[in-house]
Design a protein around this ligand. Structure first.
Ligand code: SAM
Length: 299
């Protein structure tokens, strides 16, 4: 499969030949449909049984009891089901379920999801906290805000405030216990036979600038001593480690190492900042980057 020349150059510059081969093979392998059982509305066992009765076989995922891999059915078959319309299940890539798990939000906490639409991670955070975290879900794009609102309501996440706002404009007087910045990115981890993406030096430069500005804002909005997650569906260090480096050098945040043993079986790529995590695309996973950061307490 051919990928854009600029992406190929960047991958070859960043990764060893064996890793580039793994990445290209991952891009070329059709990805399985995966879903998350919405714990606010349903139980995993009941969902599996109901899917079975509809002729849809699923497989559990070792590191997350709410995740299921769908065997021999595509997303459109799931979309016909009542349980889909009710919000009992949400079609979500396995890699994108990792950041909310790493974030570890707790009931009662004030959580900011800075770039939230269509709401996969917002609603997952709600489910993980038993719908007891106070979540502010911010999104710049109007059409995507509507999708976010729809998903939040459908999934019964009752403590989510949706904000139609450019997160760069959020008032610095806000202070959150946790922040998720699932940043807009090139999508280099999600290249597939169907979607090759658009990659150019100009587009990447604009995206990197936005990611840097959003990360600075996220750190300002986080309470001292509290934690945030920075994630992208990109496997390019320009959008990942290099975005984190200025903040790490300045000493405003520290990396809290992600315990990758908790994600048994997830295929990983090498990272240049120890403790961060980069998922290699394959049959089950999109390429994804996740970093857990703690804001330094005030002296
Ligand atoms: N977290 C989402 C989920 O799990 O469903 C996916 C987020 S997607 C990677 C990035 C989102 O950021 C897009 O919906 C995009 O419209 C939004 N976005 C881009 N720039 C933004 C900004 N300055 N402020 C807020 N949202 C922004």
């Amino acid at each position: 499969m051919e990928i854009p020349a600029f992406l190929s150059t960047l991958l070859t510059r960043q990764y060893a030949p064996a890793d580039v081969r793994r990445i290209l093979a991952g891009f070329d392998t059709p990805r399985r449909t995966t879903l998350r059982v919405n714990r606010i509305r349903a139980e995993q066992a009941a969902v599996r049984e109901a899917l079975d009765r509809s002729g849809i076989t699923t497989q559990p995922v070792a590191w997350y009891e709410d995740a299921l891999v769908v065997l021999h059915a595509r997303e459109d078959a799931l979309m016909q089901l009542d349980m889909y319309a009710r919000g009992d299940i949400y079609v979500q890539s396995l890699s994108s379920m990792i950041p909310p798990l790493v974030l570890g939000a707790q009931p009662g906490e004030n959580v900011l999801d800075m770039a939230a639409a269509p709401g996969g991670k917002t609603t997952q955070i709600a489910a993980l906290t038993g719908d007891r975290a106070l979540i502010t879900a911010c999104e710049r794009n109007g059409a995507r805000v509507e999708r976010l609102r729809y998903n939040v309501i459908r999934q019964g996440a009752s403590r989510v405030t949706v904000m139609h706002r450019d997160a760069r404009q959020l008032d610095d007087l806000f202070a959150f216990d946790r922040v998720l910045l699932d940043a807009p990115c090139s999508g280099s981890g999600t290249v597939s036979r169907e979607s090759r993406g658009r990659f150019s030096p100009e587009y990447l430069a604009r995206t990197v600038h936005l990611q840097r500005t959003l990360l600075d804002k996220a750190i300002r909005l986080l309470k001292p001593g509290c934690e945030m997650v920075y994630s992208t569906c990109s496997i390019l260090s320009a959008e990942n480690e290099e975005i984190l480096l200025p903040a790490l050098k300045k000493g405003s945040v520290d990396v809290i190492p992600i315990e990758t043993e908790a994600f048994a079986g997830v295929p990983l790529l090498p990272v240049t900042i120890p403790g961060t995590m980069c998922v290699c695309p394959d049959e089950l996973y999109e390429g994804f980057f996740v970093a857990r950061l703690r804001k330094r307490p005030k002296k």
